[in-house]
Design a protein around this ligand. Structure first.
Ligand code: LLP
Length: 445
C-alpha cells in the first residue's frame, strides 16, 4: 500500500489523535491496557456477518442453516456470540466440542466433522447429543453404528462426499478434489457404497450429504459446479438406492480480502449463486428442495480480527531494506509461513500519517518469521503499535507456544467497551505440563 491509503473493516476508524479505533476503542489504549501481542475482535462485524449470512440465504431459500466453522476461531465467548446470533456450530475435535459444551451452546445445533474421529470423540458426541455427525469414511460408519447401538442411541448423520472439484486456492487448503483425504468420492463409487452401508446399518439416521470444496475461494463458479455435482449425485442415489436427501451441506470457503488488491465476492453474491443453482437443479431433476446448510468460518471472523503488536528494533540495512520487528510472529500467526498468506499493516498510533517507509515486518522468533515481506508504513519507530489486519480466522486457532512464547490475549470490542475473552498465557502455563522425573531431581529421588 502506498501514500495515505486506508484499508479498514467493520467499525474501524481513525480518531482525532490519529489512532486506529476498533469498536470505538482506541487501539493504542488497548495495547497499553491488555499488553501486546493482542488479538482484537470487532464483535459488531462478527454479528453483522452472521446476520448477513442468515438473511441473504434465508430470503432466497425456505430452509437454511448457517453453521459457524469453529476451527477458524473458538472460545467460549465466541460460541456464545454465535448462539445469540442463531448460528449453528461446526466442531472438528473433542476440544472444540468441549468448548461448545462449556459455553452451553445448544448441542442439537452442533455438527461434528473430522476424517478420523476416535471412539472417544464419537462417544462424546453421542453423549452430548450433537445434532449431526458428518461421517467421513466407511469404517467410521461401522464404528458409529456399533457405538450408538452400545449406548442405546441413534446417530443423525450426514455423509461427507468428495465431488471431485479443483478450486483456485492454495493447494494446502483445497479439499474437494479427487486426490483428497476427506470424504468419499462420487467418482470412485465410494460415496454410493457409503450410502448403501449407512442405510443398512442399525442406529444410524442418514439425513443428508455434505461437501466442502476448499477455503479462501473467490471463484463463485466452483460453488455452482459443486451444487450441480451434488444434485446429480442425489438424483443417482434416489434412482439407485431409493433414498431422498433431505439436507445438503455445501461447506464453507468464501474468501476474504487480506490486501486491498483482493476482491472477494460478498455473502449476497455467494447466496445469489448457490441458491438459484440449488433451486434450478432441484426442479430440473424433479427433486424436493433439500435444506441448505452452510459452514462459513473465515468470512465470519477473519476481517473482524486485528492483531496489535509493539514495534521493537527498526533496522535499516543500507541498499537492502528496513526490518521492523514486532513482539510476536510465527507463534501467533503461522499463516505467512504455512500458506504464503499476505497481510496488511498500519502503524496504529500514526494511522492518519502518510505511508512513507518501505519495510519488511518481521516476527521475533528464532527464525526468519516474516509477517509481511514488503510493505510501506507510516514512519515507524520502536515503541509504536502495529496493527495487522484480518487476523480473526486461523490465527488464535493455529497459535502455538513456539520458543515458549505465551499465546496472546484476545479482547472483544464493541461500542467503546473491551472485554477480555482469552487471557494472555502465563509463564506458569508454559511449565504446567512439564514433568520432572524423580531420577533427574537434585537428590536423585
Ligand atoms: N467446513 C469444513 C468441513 C472445513 O473443513 C472448513 C475449513 C470449513 C467448513 C470452513 O471454511 P472457511 O469458511 O473458513 O473457508 N488453516 C487454513 C484454513 C483451513 C480450512 C480448513 N477447513 C488457513 O489458515 O487458511
Amino acid at each position: 500500500m502506498d501514500g495515505a491509503e486506508v484499508f479498514l473493516f467493520g467499525t474501524q476508524e481513525i480518531n482525532d489523535k490519529g489512532h486506529l479505533t476498533i469498536g470505538g476503542c482506541d487501539t493504542a489504549e488497548l495495547a497499553k491496557e491488555f499488553g501486546t501481542p493482542l488479538y482484537v475482535v470487532d464483535e459488531r462485524l462478527v454479528r453483522d456477518t452472521c446476520k448477513a449470512y442468515i438473511a441473504e440465504f434465508g430470503r432466497r431459500v425456505d430452509r437454511v442453516e448457517v453453521a459457524f466453522a469453529g476451527k477458524a476461531l473458538l472460545t467460549t465467548a465466541i460460541c456464545r456470540v454465535m448462539d445469540q446470533e442463531g448460528m449453528a456450530l461446526d466442531v472438528a475435535s473433542t476440544g472444540e466440542l468441549y468448548t461448545a459444551v462449556k459455553a452451553d451452546f445448544p448441542t442439537g445445533r452442533v455438527k461434528l466433522h473430522g476424517n478420523f474421529k476416535s471412539d472417544e470423540l464419537l462417544t462424546a458426541a453421542l453423549g452430548y447429543g450433537v445434532g449431526r455427525i458428518v461421517v467421513d469414511s466407511l469404517s467410521e460408519l461401522e464404528r458409529l453404528s456399533r457405538i450408538a447401538g452400545e449406548m442405546g442411541k441413534d446417530a443423525d448423520i450426514l455423509l461427507r462426499v468428495g465431488p471431485g472439484i479443483k478450486t483456485q486456492t492454495h493447494s494446502y487448503i483445497q479439499t474437494g478434489q479427487a486426490d483428497s483425504k476427506f470424504g468419499m468420492s462420487i467418482a470412485s463409487g465410494a460415496a454410493m457404497e457409503a450410502i448403501q452401508l449407512a442405510l443398512s446399518l442399525p442406529n444410524l439416521n442418514l439425513r443428508g450429504l455434505h461437501c466442502h470444496i476448499g477455503s479462501q475461494l473467490f471463484g463463485l463458479d466452483s460453488f455452482a459446479r459443486a451444487v450441480d455435482m451434488m444434485m446429480d449425485f442425489i438424483t443417482q442415489v434416489r434412482d439407485e438406492a431409493q433414498w431422498t436427501c433431505d439436507e445438503l451441506d455445501m461447506g464453507g470457503g468464501l474468501g476474504i480480502a487480506y490486501t486491498p488488491e483482493d476482491a472477494p465476492p460478498t455473502v449476497a453474491e455467494l447466496a445469489d449463486v448457490i441458491c438459484p443453482a440449488l433451486t434450478q437443479a432441484a426442479s430440473a431433476r424433479d427433486l424436493p428442495m433439500p435444506k441448505l446448510i452452510l459452514e462459513p468460518g473465515r468470512s465470519i471472523v477473519g476481517p473482524a480480527g486485528t492483531t496489535l503488536y509493539t514495534v521493537g528494533p527498526v533496522k535499516t540495512i543500507p541498499g537492502v531494506r528496513t526490518y521492523v520487528s514486532v513482539d510476536g510472529g510465527l507463534s501467533d500467526n503461522p499463516r505467512p509461513a504455512l500458506y504464503e498468506a499476505e497481510y496488511t499493516a498500519l502503524v496504529a498510533n500514526k494511522a492518519s500519517q502518510a505511508r512513507t517507509m518501505a519495510a519488511r515486518v518481521a516476527g521475533s522468533h528464532c527464525e526468519t518469521d516474516t509477517l509481511i515481506p514488503d510493505t510501506t508504513l507510516q514512519a515507524v519507530e520502536e515503541g509504536d503499535v502495529m496493527a495487522v489486519f484480518c487476523t480473526g480466522a486461523y490465527n488464535h486457532a493455529m497459535a502455538s507456544n513456539y520458543n515458549r512464547f505465551r499465546r496472546p490475549a484476545m479482547v472483544l470490542v464493541m461500542d467503546g467497551q473491551a472485554d477480555l475473552i482469552y487471557e494472555r498465557e502465563t509463564l506458569e502455563d508454559l511449565v504446567l505440563h512439564d514433568v520432572m522425573p524423580g531420577r533427574l531431581s537434585e537428590d536423585g529421588q
